[in-house]
Write a protein of this length. Structure first.
Length: 145
């Protein structure tokens, strides 16, 4: 049984926190530089900080939220945050193509990192769903109650 997974209103709060933290990953590391006049755009330290923070979040979030929720929310939130800064600095409209590329990359990253986070859960938290963490943490015997 995965008692540590959030349920009910706590799951909603956890999901909102995940969306905000994911968006903040882009905005605090790299997004501000895209909007700052005269600042070097996407320095290596910004890209590394963004990648490491997002990866850590994708690996740690499945301890509290179901994997399917983490794998869905993170790519959408990251792409939305990226899109806000890209749309603000692009007058050609090509930021939409970039957003689609970012979304594909974020989905691929989530497909790799979220199952890794589930696999790294303590054994008592994994539950019967295995590495995909597809359920909400209830075992099959108690699911019918």
């Amino acid at each position: 049984m995965t008692a540590a997974l959030l349920r009910g209103p706590r799951r909603l709060v956890g999901a909102v926190a995940l969306v905000l933290l994911t968006a903040a990953t882009w905005l605090l590391w790299s997004g501000w530089a895209a909007l700052a006049p005269g600042f070097e755009r996407f320095a290596p330290w910004q890209v590394a900080g963004t990648a490491v923070t997002a990866a850590a979040l994708a690996i740690l979030a499945p301890r509290w939220l179901p994997a399917w929720l983490v794998g869905t929310l993170m790519p959408v939130a990251f792409t939305a945050a990226w899109g806000l800064t890209a749309a603000a600095t692009d007058d050609s409209g090509l930021w939409v193509v970039g957003a689609l590329t970012v979304l594909v990359g974020a989905v691929v990253a989530a497909a790799v990192l979220v199952p890794l986070g589930v696999a790294l859960r303590p054994v008592r938290l994994r539950g019967p769903q295995g590495l995909l963490g597809a359920g909400d943490g209830q075992d099959r015997a108690s699911a019918g109650r």
